[in-house]
Design a binder for this molecule. Structure first.
Ligand SMILES: *Cc1c(COP(=O)(O)O)cnc(C)c1O
Length: 402
């Protein structure tokens, strides 16, 4: 029986990221399949009671039950770890399960979490509404203001959580600088790298302790499967995170693991196209008279462009555009688009557009929205894989209507 510990060091671990994405962590079964096998099973059987006893005594030594581990999910986890040269990774049912588990395995009653106020809506809910019920206090800071991070961390903190670029306005956090402040305060530094993806930015190499992903987004990349992941140091993952996941059960389906594992093979190729098209669209929108502002980390007009240059390889697939005509113009533009679908999802092959003020961030108070730069005319664009000229023509036509 192949066991978790039999796995040798991956032969592609030292090769380029695109090679790791295609070939990393492939474990062939005795059937010599080309494509990674899907072990769509909840349990595993043993040749005799003694083997079962041994498996339960040390669950690292063999497969027991898919909530504890699954060979397809293990391939996904090891490929995810290879993405950022992380010592260990664990997959979860959704991105939120990953964020929640990373936090819950890091804090206890009486602790404090310092987080960026520019957080994905559900992350905001977890740190401001759920954690306080268990005696964990939260301090929110403006993502780009190092003085605020410094003073919030003065009293110490158990964990730091931020996104960079943030959803939806593409604010950046200086990962290396905030990680240093966090470590001085004794905090575990958790970075949500969903908007950038690992091809654009590697937070662990910049000092973060944990990286969390919604695999639902670009890792799958085709809008099919929900999933999430936590990447980080082995001691934390094995001793703290894994027991939390095994006993509370936010387990990813082996089927979803397989879909995402196969999706990762094309991540490098897709991100190259996503970023090239997003860059062209951002430049086009920035020059348009009906556009008030564009936020894209790859544009020189981004207020934190220097940070983007330091920590990102390209600008990624996401951008925010604020139309001069407010909500009516934003709605007319979104409604007139023929190629972009109106959807709160992102990271799909299909271009998607969302109006954060009335959807993803509708339950954020208006003054807080204003503080985050989310105007009534703001739209978030997840640039897809369609031909960029077709997308530009569609946007030009829709802006004429707006
Ligand atoms: C989507 C998203 C999440 C949550 O992921 P799910 O897979 O939807 O649970 C967390 N953070 C960011 C930045 C996201 O975009």
């Amino acid at each position: 029986m192949a066991t978790i510990q039999d796995i040798p060091r991956d032969p592609v671990a030292d090769l380029a990221i695109d090679t790791r994405l295609v070939r990393g962590a492939t474990r062939r079964s005795g059937n010599r399949e080309t494509s990674e096998a899907l072990y769509f099973t909840s349990g595993f059987v043993y040749p005799d009671a003694e083997t079962a006893e041994a498996a339960f005594a040390g669950p690292e030594d063999g497969w027991i039950y898919t909530r504890f581990g699954n060979p397809t999910t293990a391939m996904l986890e090891d490929r995810l770890a290879l993405l950022e040269n992380a010592p260990a990774a664990r997959a979860t049912a959704t991105g939120m399960a990953a964020v929640f588990a990373a936090l819950m395995a890091s804090v206890k009653a009486g602790d404090r979490v310092v987080a960026s106020r520019a957080l994905f809506g559900s992350c905001h809910y977890v740190v401001t509404r759920i954690l306080p019920r268990f005696g964990v206090t939260t301090t929110l800071v403006d993502p780009g203001d190092l003085d605020q991070w410094r003073s919030a961390l003065r009293g110490g903190a158990a964990a730091i959580l931020f996104e960079t670029p943030s959803n939806p306005m593409l604010d950046l956090v200086d990962i290396a600088a905030v990680a240093e402040l966090g470590h001085a305060a004794g905090a575990r530094v958790i970075v949500d790298n969903v908007f950038a993806t690992a091809t654009e930015q590697r937070p662990l190499s910049l000092g973060a302790d944990l990286v969390v992903y919604s695999a639902t987004k670009h890792l799958d990349g085709q809008g099919r499967a929900m999933g999430g992941a936590v990447l980080g140091d082995e001691r934390f993952v094995i001793d703290e995170l894994q027991p939390f996941l095994r006993h509370t059960g936010p387990t990813i389906s082996p089927f979803n693991s397989w879909v995402i594992l196969k999706g990762m093979e094309t991540l490098g190729l897709r991100m190259e196209r996503h970023a090239r098209s997003a860059g062209r669209i951002a430049a086009f929108l920035a020059d348009h008279p009906k556009v008030q502002a564009v936020r894209y980390p790859g544009l020189d007009s981004h207020p934190q462009r220097a940070i983007a240059r330091r920590q990102m390889r390209r600008g990624g697939a996401m951008l925010a555009v604020t139309l001069a005509g407010g909500k009516p113009a934003a709605f007319r533009f979104a409604n007139a688009l023929r190629l972009a679908d109106i959807s709160p999802n992102l990271g799909d092959a299909k271009t998607l557009v969302a109006h954060p003020a009335t959807t993803t961030h509708a339950n954020v108070a208006a003054d807080e929205r204003a503080r985050l730069g989310i105007a009534d005319g703001s739209l978030r664009l997840s640039v897809g894989l369609e031909d960029a000229d077709d997308l530009l023509a569609d946007m030009e036509r829709a802006l004429a209507v707006a």
